[in-house]
Design a protein around this ligand. Structure first.
Ligand SMILES: Cc1cc2nc3c(=O)[nH]c(=O)nc-3n(C[C@H](O)[C@H](O)[C@H](O)COP(=O)(O)OP(=O)(O)OC[C@H]3O[C@@H](n4cnc5c(N)ncnc54)[C@H](O)[C@@H]3O)c2cc1C
Length: 284
């Protein structure tokens, strides 16, 4: 082996592997160093504990300022973590890319603030190289699970929102009682969904530690009721999406029964703020 190179890249993962490849394609003499083994198709035996030993770095942990631990999982082989990752290829979200310019001054070629459209040609190229495609061949069970998670997420959000409403001090006694009773329905719905998801082998989503509700716009009782109505509408629409994909008839029946209850909440809330309780013959 030669002892002089234009560039030495350490690590063959998503970062190093791509840099080494791009430089080599541009005619640079590149040495790519990787401390893990170079494994080939025949080495992937579907034996999980063996793979964890051969392909992964030992689990590492780092403490957060609040005392919790973060776990670091990473590949230790040619390809690095890309060899062991899930192969999901999302593009960065516009709202995240929008933070880059204020944080670092990053601009596009025309000195405009850097935006997601500046990344598009690069994404196009990477996706072509990797063969990224939108999956339309998911198992039916994936749609069932997704619908269940979405519905449970809507329930948890509604529970948190009614709590905000109840603690706002803006609700008069009868309205407060109604809000608390609606919240208790959502708790029962969430409980049933979480148990069903667990029974089917899934890990139910849990409530977020913080929801971003538009609390600064809630100034009157009507504001709170309108806000609750929006969430009920969101929950109804989550169940409308779920019922047709639940192949299991008992599950579909339970989801339809919850949908009915939440549609009643929505109608009552609309009525309370002076809107037509049932605005159309069909809910969409
Ligand atoms: C379980 C899991 C699932 C994931 N799923 C996805 C997904 O679906 N989609 C997605 O976009 N991202 C996913 N990621 C994240 C993504 O894979 C990583 O962000 C990405 O691979 C990191 O790239 P990297 O180059 O920084 O590091 P790595 O890819 O980890 O590469 C670092 C390489 O450097 C080597 N190395 C380290 N030290 C030395 C040294 N001193 N000498 C020589 N070599 C060294 C390591 O062995 C490793 O091969 C997932 C991550 C994990 C852990």
């Amino acid at each position: 082996m030669k002892d002089r190179f234009d560039v030495v890249v350490v690590g063959s993962g998503a970062g190093g592997g791509v840099i080494a490849g791009e430089l080599a394609q541009r005619g640079r003499d590149v040495l790519l160093l990787e401390c893990g083994p170079h494994l080939r198709a025949a080495d992937f035996t579907r034996w999980e504990s063996k793979a964890a030993h051969e392909l992964f770095w030992p689990l590492r942990f780092a403490p957060l300022p609040n005392g919790e631990l973060v776990t670091f999982l990473a590949g230790r082989c040619v390809g690095g973590t890309t060899t062991i990752n899930t192969k999901v290829a999302f593009r960065a979200h516009e709202r995240d890319v929008a933070k880059w310019h204020p944080a670092s001054g990053l601009t596009s070629d025309g000195s405009e603030p850097f935006s997601v459209s500046d990344l598009e040609p690069y994404y196009d190229r990477v996706e072509q190289v990797l063969g990224v495609r939108e999956r339309s061949d998911w198992e039916k069970s994936v749609y069932t699970a997704e619908a269940g998670f979405r519905a449970l997420g809507a329930e948890l959000e509604a529970i948190a929102a009614y709590q905000v409403g109840a603690e706002s001090g803006l609700l008069q006694k009868p309205v407060l009682d109604l809000a608390v009773s609606f919240q208790s329905h959502h708790k029962e719905h969430a409980d049933v969904l979480a148990k069903t998801i667990a029974k089917l082998g899934g890990k139910p989503v849990i409530a977020k530690s913080k929801y971003t509700f538009p609390t600064d716009t809630l100034k009157t009782q009507n504001d709170v009721l309108r806000f609750a109505a929006t969430l009920e509408k969101g929950a109804v629409s989550a169940y409308l999406g779920a019922v047709p994909v639940f192949g299991n008839r008992d599950l579909a029946k339970a989801a339809a029964s919850i949908l009915g209850d939440e549609a009643m909440h929505w109608a009552i809330l609309r009525n309370a703020v002076g809107e037509a309780p049932v605005p159309a013959a069909f809910v969409s």
